[in-house]
Design a protein around this ligand. Structure first.
Ligand code: ATP
Length: 974
């Protein structure tokens, strides 16, 4: 084989292996599920051989008035500050139809504006323009403010005005939520959340065609033996059911001889006339041969199929029948002829018919009395529940559960809401199975009102116990795959084993009840068996009377209820031990918010800049202060996070990955803090620790309002945590209910957010069909819903178009400004940070590198100059480098590509610029440079350079601090 062939062969082999592995991993789960279902099907043979989108009520149309009906002729608009731009904006704004006749006045500053506003109270409104993108509108409460406007059409001519309206909408929406939410009690909120979770579960179940198809398949398997039995029974009945008619062996009068029929021989041994009997036989349409003279005794010769010998006296006949041994059914026919003859003699009009029927094959009864197919039906019924109730595993894996908890969902509300739908659905399936069982066994069943009552008690209990049992299993295996097929098989297997144990022990009641208690899937079948046993016991004593259930019998019906209570309790304990940090005190599970216990940070901060040290001290002080008003909204103190890294080989030690090192910062009320940093710097880890999703290895987090009723967070995670089958509207409605917004409030809040973010067209589209940008917007909008005192936004604007980003920025500013809320925002977009953040912190390799206002960072890091030189001949590079260091002794070399040299020059080296350029011109001339450039260092450049500190692989062990970029010393002069 030559090299080329060999290579093609190897490539093909590799491709085949890759494809096989890929396909195998992709299909493994479905294979498991379907495979096990088929396995379940195979058990049939073994066994028998052994024995809309539902909408909340649509939004009620609200006539809230129109903007152009807004009586503004007497209104005065005062704006500040006065600049060319603000004047232009206001002139344009004054042309808008709704401001027709309104006087627009400029005020040099805020104090001046307030004076004018007070003089003209209440017919005045103020506009304060900010430096960046936004401006603030000031209205006197209750007067003239265009609060409830849904119609934005008039605004489309002036984009600026429309934006301000959305901004205003957002502010108003948020200020109104605080009043609404306090009105919802703990139990009221719990109920709302339960219904929201039930609705969520119902929608998911309804739209998961795979689950429904699997259920249908299992259901089909369950009733398959019954169907087969019935078909076989019908076929056998049709073929074998036949009547033993006289014509089978005997000729009719006047009929020609025809094999195997003969005439019927009557031998009269009575010595008298038997005319009455003969007459009655003639009515049966049989050709008779009567021997009155005792010529024949009926036993000799094969010329007759049968003979009746009559003896005795008149009216006291005795009959003997003689049959041809080759005619199998002749005896019953002769018996029937005699019987009907006698009936005729006694003037009875009816006559007896005899039929041959097969043994009822479809009802080969086990000695419990349960027929085969029906018994199998019950067994499969026990194992159907995992297909319905294991949805919480996917919620856990997709982080949807964490997201709901962060949004304030009570743990118990999550499980109870799910159970509400799962239990009802399971009861429905049970009832359907009962119906099938009843139809199948109608003639054998003993149904009394007491049995029906017992079933009515036991069925919901059984459904609830099995559902909570599976919730427990789902919680334990929440990090694994959803092996519903496997669990279904285990349930089937366990029930079969339990039945065998009770069978071996001759249905001993104590053993039966023990197995019912120990194996929840067997409880129903056990109860059925229990009824059978009680029936048999009763029948032995009183064969005639119907058996009735005693009070102790009814106690057995409550076994599943005890199991349910036990499972709910275990679930609660597991949630308490391993669940997420709770934001609120659960009114049902009685779990209190977990105290964020502080573990001391092992690392001492080293080589930290002054601003980081100041922030650390500020954070420590804020943590210990007892004055609530001075408490920041977010306090992150000495946060440290270590992840267990991957092993390089099975013998090597697992290296830890440090994502955050001793981070301290706080966010004040009304502040937006931007957290910047390169990929893998530890931003998301920090935000996850603050939200409570991840537990810090060391350090402490304190959030405002976390132990109060409003203790939930507005969190927009980096990945979109959504349910693909649900529509945008359904997501908003579910989260609104979780956050405790009443229906009317939720409707209003949703309408406002939808119109502010222009999501009308996507309202009823399932998330899986939305574009990435819209999906991201939805995640952001969900975090805005409700009155969250803390907003944690992890790269919210990723994938959103510039218009959407602006809407988002305005919304963030609107919810924060002049409120008690604080926002922590991570972003890679420096423009976003500049537009939004009051302060910015830059993280590199898990450490905070600098923190402060944008201006502070610019002053601190962005003052140096960047010198770039491109040489024509690479041999000149060393010479040029030496020359530059000679001319600018403080120059710091940056990256070097073959012919491109980059230096960072401190301001002191550069000024005066004329001299610098003179020197550079000389270098260009002497060293034959292609080109050179000298430019100021931007914030972006600083960010990029700080990012370079983060070397790949730093996280496995300690950071190599020798690799750190040393900032040049800078002077305070400009
Ligand atoms: N669950 C985890 N297990 C192990 N390592 C993790 C885990 N989560 C994050 N890391 C590691 O921790 C480091 C910090 O990750 P993190 O997601 O916090 O960075 P980031 O700054 O948010 O990055 P990006 O900007 O890409 O979102 C990374 O090296 C990452 O690989």
């Amino acid at each position: 084989m030559n090299m080329k062939q060999k290579s093609v062969y190897q490539q093909t082999k590799a491709l085949l292996c890759k494809n096989f592995l890929k396909k195998w991993r992709m299909k493994r789960e479905s294979l498991l599920e379907w495979g096990l279902s088929i396995l379940l099907g195979l058990c049939i043979a073994l066994f028998s051989s052994s024995m809309r989108n539902v909408q909340f009520p649509g939004m009620a149309p609200q006539n809230l008035g129109r903007v152009d009906k807004f009586n503004s002729s007497s209104l005065m608009v005062v704006y500040t500050p006065i600049s060319n731009l603000t004047q232009q904006i206001m002139n344009k704004t004054a042309l808008a139809p709704l401001l027709k006749g309104t006087s627009v006045i400029g005020a040099p500053n805020k104090t001046h504006m307030d004076e004018i506003l007070l003089e003209n109270l209440p017919y005045a409104m103020g506009i304060i323009f900010n430096e960046t993108f936004s401006y603030k509108l000031i209205f006197f409460q209750g007067y003239n403010s265009p609060l409830w406007k849904e119609d934005f059409s008039d605004f489309e001519q002036v984009e600026m005005i429309r934006d301000s309206e959305s901004l205003n909408e957002m502010e108003l929406a948020h200020s109104s939520f605080s009043e609404m939410q306090t009105a919802v009690s703990d139990m009221g909120l719990w109920r709302m959340q339960v219904f929201a979770m039930a609705r969520l579960r119902f929608l998911k179940l309804k739209r998961q065609t795979k689950v429904l198809l699997t259920l249908l398949l299992v259901f089909g398997i369950a009733i398959f033996p019954l169907i087969v039995e019935n078909i076989m029974y019908a076929m056998l009945n049709e073929k074998i059911d036949w009547e033993f008619k006289n014509e089978l062996y005997f000729l009719s009068p006047g009929q020609l001889p025809q094999e195997p029929r003969t005439s019927l021989l009557i031998i009269n041994n009575t010595e008298s006339n038997i005319e009455d009997f003969i007459k009655s036989l003639k009515h049966q349409n049989i050709l008779l041969e009567v021997d009155d003279f005792e010529n024949r005794n009926g036993t000799d010769g094969l010329s007759y199929n049968g003979a009746i010998i009559v003896s005795g006296k008149q009216k006291d006949y005795r009959f003997s029948v003689v049959c041809n041994t080759k005619r199998l059914h002749c005896f019953p026919i002769l018996m029937n002829i005699i019987s009907n003859g006698l009936l005729q003699m006694f003037n009875h009009t009816q006559h007896i018919r005899i039929e041959s029927s097969p043994f009822p094959l479809s009802h080969i009864g086990l000695w419990t009395g349960l027929p085969d197919g029906s018994f199998f039906l019950f067994l499969v019924l026990c194992s159907i529940s995992p297909y319905i109730t294991m949805g919480s595993i996917s919620d856990y894996k997709k982080n949807a559960k964490s997201q709901l908890w962060i949004s304030g969902l009570y743990t118990s509300a999550y499980w109870c809401g799910q159970a509400l739908v799962d239990v009802s659905f399971f009861i429905l399936i049970l009832l359907l199975m009962y119906l099938i069982f009843y139809i199948e066994n109608m003639q054998y069943l003993l149904i009394t009102s007491q049995i029906v009552f017992a079933l009515v008690i036991v069925t919901p209990g059984y459904a609830a116990s099995l559902v909570f049992f599976i919730y427990m299993i789902s919680f334990i295996f929440r990090k694994r795959r959803k092996n519903s097929g496997l669990w279904s098989f285990y349930f089937f297997f366990a029930s079969t084993i339990m039945f065998s144990i009770t069978l071996i022990n001759h249905f001993d009641l104590s053993i039966l009840i023990t197995t019912m208690v120990l194996v929840p899937s067997y409880t129903l079948l056990g109860f059925k068996t229990f009824l059978e046993v009680r029936d048999q016991e009763h029948y032995r004593e009183f064969p005639e009377a119907n058996f009735e259930l005693s009070a102790t019998d009814f106690l057995v019906c409550f076994i599943p209820y005890f199991q349910t209570l036990l499972f709910v309790f275990v679930l609660r304990c597991m949630e308490l031990k391993c669940g997420k940090k709770r934001m609120r005190k659960d009114p049902v599970f009685r779990i209190s918010p977990q105290s964020r216990d502080a573990k001391p940070n092992p690392e001492e901060p080293i080589d930290e800049d002054e601003d980081i040290q100041t922030e650390r001290i500020r954070t420590a002080t804020a943590l210990t202060t007892s004055i609530l008003d001075e408490k920041p909204v977010i306090i992150a103190s000495c946060l440290h996070k270590e992840y267990a890294g991957q092993k390089k080989s099975c013998f090597s030690k697992r290296k830890k990955k440090i994502a955050a090192r001793n981070i301290s910062f706080c966010v004040q009320e009304g502040e937006i803090l931007g957290l910047l940093g390169p990929n893998g710097a530890g931003k998301s880890s920090s935000i996850r620790m603050i939200s409570g999703i991840t537990k810090p290895t060391a350090g402490e987090v304190e959030l405002k309002g976390c132990s109060s009723v409003l203790g939930h967070l507005g969190y927009c995670p980096q990945e979109n945590v959504l349910w693909p089958m649900l529509t945008l509207r359904e997501h908003l409605e579910v989260y609104a209910a979780v956050k405790g917004l009443r229906k009317a409030d939720a409707r209003l809040a949703i309408a406002r957010l939808v119109s502010a973010f222009k999501l009308h067209e996507q309202l009823n589209v399932p998330v899986q069909k939305l574009t990435a940008g819209i999906t991201r917007k939805l995640c952001f909008v969900l975090s805005l819903l409700g009155n969250s005192p803390v907003l944690l936004l992890d790269e919210p604007s990723t994938g959103i178009d510039p218009t959407g980003q602006q809407q988002m920025w305005q919304a963030i500013q609107a919810v924060v400004k002049n409120t008690e809320r604080g926002v922590l925002l991570t972003t890679h977009n420096l423009a976003e940070a500049e537009a939004l953040c009051d302060r910015v912190a830059i993280m590199v390799s898990g450490r905070l590198r600098c923190i402060g206002s944008i201006q502070h960072l610019k002053n601190k890091l962005g003052k140096d100059y960047i010198l770039e030189l491109k040489v024509k001949e690479t041999s000149q590079v060393t010479l040029v480098h030496t020359e530059i260091l000679k001319l600018f002794p403080q120059a710091a070399g940056q990256e070097r590509y073959s012919s491109l040299l980059t230096y960072k020059l401190p301001v002191a080296d550069v000024y005066p610029l004329s001299q610098t350029f003179h020197k550079l011109e000389a270098v260009k001339h002497n060293f034959n440079l292609e080109e050179y450039s000298l430019s100021q260092c931007t914030l972006e450049k600083v960010f990029l350079e700080l990012s370079k500190e983060q070397e790949v692989g730093n996280f496995d062990e300690e950071i190599d601090t020798t690799m750190r970029w040393k900032l040049l010393p800078h002077s305070d002069e400009p």
